[in-house]
Design a protein. Structure first.
Length: 191
């Protein structure tokens, strides 16, 4: 059975609900402090102001054996299935779907720690190749990136949700205190 490529990029798949963030940011007057958060949750987080891509550049991958190619293909098809990637598609289809030229970075495999015979697919954003500069070279120095384990990222997100929860709880407690004070002053607020 042939795979039909998804030719139009879809919304990013994320467990985060942009509308809920928008509601909470507005409710607690935090929209000004985090003006792009809802947009980035909805459309993806940019890695920085990148120059326009004026030509399509396709770098050769760091893999060569049939076994390695199969591992990467299976990984990519899983990403497509989970809607975290679109494809497969031809160069022309990709240019149409992205409405522009594009640039690829080579993929490769690295052994998974503590998992003999298992590999992790990497995208080599530090590879210059025929472009003369890497994707990482284009990221401004004031926007450094740091890769962390999924568990550490989850911990950081949990801390954000915990602080929002505490903010909600504090607001709710203030509301209840106000209601109780009103009840005793007016007598008819509660049954």
């Amino acid at each position: 059975m042939a795979h039909t490529p998804a030719l139009v990029p879809s919304d990013p798949v994320t467990p985060l609900k942009a509308q809920s963030f928008d509601t909470l940011l507005s409710k607690f007057s935090l929209t000004e402090k985090y003006p792009t958060l809802v947009e980035f949750i909805s459309n993806g987080f940019p890695i920085g102001p990148m120059p326009p891509v004026t030509e399509t550049i396709i770098q050769r991958n760091h893999i060569s054996s049939a076994d390695d190619i199969a591992i990467v293909r299976d990984n990519f098809m899983e990403e497509v299935k989970l809607k975290r990637m679109i494809g497969p598609m031809s160069i022309k289809q990709a240019q149409w779907a992205l409405s522009s030229c594009f640039r690829t970075s080579p993929v490769g495999l690295v052994p998974k720690a503590n998992s003999p015979g298992k590999f992790r697919v990497i995208r080599d954003l530090s590879y210059c190749g025929s472009a003369g500069h890497s994707v990482n070279d284009l990221i401004p120095a004031d926007r450094p990136t740091r890769w962390v384990a999924a568990s550490e990222f989850a911990c950081q997100v949990s801390k954000i949700f915990a602080s929002l929860f505490n903010l909600l709880r504090t607001s709710w407690m203030r509301f209840l205190t106000l209601v109780r004070q009103t009840r005793f002053r007016r007598g008819a607020f509660w049954r």
